[in-house]
Design a protein around this ligand. Structure first.
Ligand code: AMP
Ligand code: AMP
Length: 338
């Protein structure tokens, strides 16, 4: 079957515009599943969205599935999938899905994720287990949190104990707070070429932590402001070239390790290493996102890094569609779907 027989479909949220624009540029039919409040947004792009499939709420999605299967749809997951559909619905989805669903557990469970990072030989912030003495600043993160919601920081044991009493989350992790700059490296691993490509680099614009510095410390005194880390937008970055080599090498090790740990195919497609770089230029990985991240949305027209490799605008969304197209042409579609 040629690529014209396939429809690329995703949920209307997160990076859907980028994904569908990329799919159309590669020659696919496209569709978006959307709730009523988002219909006007997706209707305004008839140039690359062929069809809008309306659902009243996300829990209606399973009802659409048999129709999507019949129409040779391929689903591209993004950051809203687990949040909107739930983990079980994601795993049980019958529509062909770009990526390896087995990675979902390794991404969601912070302990498994940590094992994966440690075995990849990347630096991770120190983790404090229950009962450990808090001997430096820490950040407390709830499990499966999205967009930095529900975190708190503490400077020492006393502050940690006080704040923990008021904390409502049941499952969380206590991590060393690394002082440095956050940098999000987005990559794409192709199981067809067996290469890691660097797609783009960004940082998040987080409220309120990114604007605390606008008020001098002396004016903050007494205001009792707590930093929070909710992401609002993303800002593009170009890093020192000397750091690129290390970032790519880390990404390669993460992919290689995933092939040993995660059945059957390990991690492939888009992923992001979320890092903090310290003043001694150490790169700490605070988290991995095993899918397209919203920071790539800035680069719908390509990034400086994809420009080095492609003579045309290559977004992460388009790179996904390109991989599917190449797989179809090589008769290897099964290798990129789950
Ligand atoms: P863990 O075995 O590290 O996954 O921790 C299990 C649960 O213990 C977590 O979900 C928290 O509810 C709690 N917990 C984890 N780390 C700490 C810590 N440093 N101090 C107090 N409670 C913790
Ligand atoms: P995450 O949900 O892990 O991507 O974290 C959201 C945000 O919290 C990051 O962008 C950072 O601003 C901050 N953050 C998370 N972990 C750490 C850490 N270990 N040290 C310093 N800042 C952190």
């Amino acid at each position: 079957m040629g690529i014209k027989n396939y429809t690329i479909v995703t949920l209307g949220s997160h990076s859907a515009l980028q994904i569908l624009k990329g799919a159309k540029d590669e020659g696919f039919k496209t569709a978006v599943v959307a709730t009523p409040n988002r219909i006007p947004l997706y209707k305004s792009y008839p140039n690359f969205i062929d069809e809008i499939l309306e659902v009243k709420s996300w829990n209606e999605f399973p009802k659409l599935e048999s129709e999507l299967v019949k129409r040779n749809c391929i689903v591209i997951p993004h950051g809203s999938f687990v949040a909107y559909l739930g983990m079980d619905e994601n795993k049980e989805m019958k529509v062909p899905y770009f990526g390896n669903k087995a990675v979902l557990d390794w991404e969601e469970n912070r302990k498994m994720q940590r094992t994966w990072m440690e075995e990849s030989g990347v630096k991770v912030p120190h983790r404090f287990k229950r009962g450990d003495k808090i001997d430096r600043p820490v950040i407390v993160k709830s499990h499966g949190a999205s967009g930095g919601k529900g975190y708190f920081t503490a400077r020492n044991q006393k502050e940690f104990d006080e704040k923990l009493k008021k904390y409502n989350e049941e499952k969380f992790m206590v991590q060393e707070y690394v002082i440095g700059v956050p940098l999000y490296f987005s990559f794409f691993y192709s199981p067809l070429t067996k290469k890691v490509e660097i797609m783009s680099i960004d940082k998040r614009y987080e409220t309120n932590v990114d604007s605390l510095g606008r008020i001098p410390a002396k004016n903050q005194r007494g205001l009792n402001i707590e930093p929070s880390f909710e992401v609002v937008a993303n800002i593009p970055l170009a890093v020192r070239e000397s750091m690129l080599a290390e970032a790519v090498s880390m990404a390669e090790r993460v992919v290689e390790t995933s092939r040993k740990l995660i059945p059957e195919k390990g991690l492939f497609g888009p992923f992001c290493l979320e890092t903090i770089i310290t003043s001694s230029e150490e790169i700490y990985v605070i988290e991995i996102s095993a899918r397209i991240v919203a920071g790539t949305n800035f680069f719908i027209n390509g990034s400086p890094y994809t420009y080095l490799l492609y003579d045309e605008p290559m977004s992460t969304g388009r790179r996904i569609a390109r991989e599917i197209k190449n797989a179809i042409n090589l008769n290897k579609l099964k290798e990129v779907l789950d």
